[in-house]
Design a protein around this ligand. Sequence first.
Ligand code: PFF
Length: 467
Amino acid sequence: MSQDRGQFSSRLGFILAAAGSAVGLGNLVAFPVMASKNGGAAFLIIYLFFIAFICYPVMIAEISMGRKTQRNPVGAFSALSDGDRKWRLVGMLGILTPFMIAVFYTVITVWLVVYLKEIATGGLETLADEATFGTLVAEPSLFGYLILLLGIVFTILLGGVKGGIERLARVLMPTLAVMLILLTLFVLTLDGAVEGIKYYLVPDFSKVSLTVVNGALSQAFFSLSLGMGILITYGSYFGREDNIPQSTRMVAIADTSIAFFAGLLILPAIFAFDPNTNTDDLSTSSVGLIFSFLPKIFLSMQMAVGYTGASIVALVFFTLVFFAALTSLVSIVEIPISCWIDELKMSRKKAVLLQAGLLAVFAIPATMSLGMSDFFTNFTSYGGVTKSFFDLVSDVFYETILPLVGFTVCIFASYRWKTSGLSEEISKGDPAYEGSLLQKYINFSLGTVIPAVLLVVFLSTVYQIYL
Ligand code: PFF
């Protein structure tokens, strides 16, 4: 096996890196808004149920596939099916998906860099203006920031699993948690914060519809970085003797707690500074909320803490979001890299350079999709709407395909690798697994209820977006 593959130094290293991947825009923005609009605590209960009963077993299956084979998704599907071409193709979907997600996630992270620079140089007021976002994302200067960001991401990845990914997560994840707690405590001391907490958490079961349930599962799946090939790959860097169910639980708890706390920060902030907030304005789109809505909220803090104070709070918040996005971006770009290392027998250095080139080739048109180029901005149309190249990539690979990849993992682990193989791998670091309730539950549900539910979510998303 290639020396370049690497391994996490410990269980904690794995947990932090996986949590770094899981904690992203989904936690900090999409979750709070979704929860508050869809029944508060009622939504939370449904969400927790999905995390525990649907996502947790899929997480365990993905990590186990990676650890057993010590391979990327293509290699893992292939090795466990004795090179069956059909399953190798499914594995390729597990590479294509993160490859394309990286494309548009890079673009969003570039915007975050621009926002950080703007706020740091006194431009919070400009950002709070409705029109700014539209102009800013069409500026050719974005390419400079794109090069800067790609430089940071690929330098980290050049450092490898332990020296790059794990080291980044060890520094950024605790920092992120501390920043989140401090910012939340600050916001909770403000007048009006209670309104936000009420809006966030008071249960309202009448808001729970089928669409809400569907949305809760998609969000849970997405938030844990499932169906992106990430956990298969990270599993392949996970110690042979380590306990998979226990570590997985820690990642799920960390991810869900950060999403919950983000709600305690964002909603009270919104209500404290704009008590007249029209709740219909809170779009569930993370992009709209972060880039257009939140700067206004931060600016309105100036009455209480002055313009500089407001800018500092905004800067801390956007740094937090940037850290979350960076660790997620690094995790997703690592997947194709691990594939080039394993399957094309490349050194890490060559694989990183190849991926940097490939990502740039796609990230450039995606960057030009928001007004810079007519061709990429009005790239195609479906579902009765004109879509840009950026929209297309995001709709197909982010919004739609993840439950399908999850579905294939469940079917594969249950019927091709078989639950006996899965159990054997899990038992390696967890002798108590054999005969446990968890094992009984996974053996029963991974080939039945869970894939069925994921298929329904996939089909209903296809219906919603494209038809
Ligand atoms: N789990 C991330 C989130 O909740 O935001 C999702 C994610 C997005 C992971 C993009 C990785 C990534 F590149």
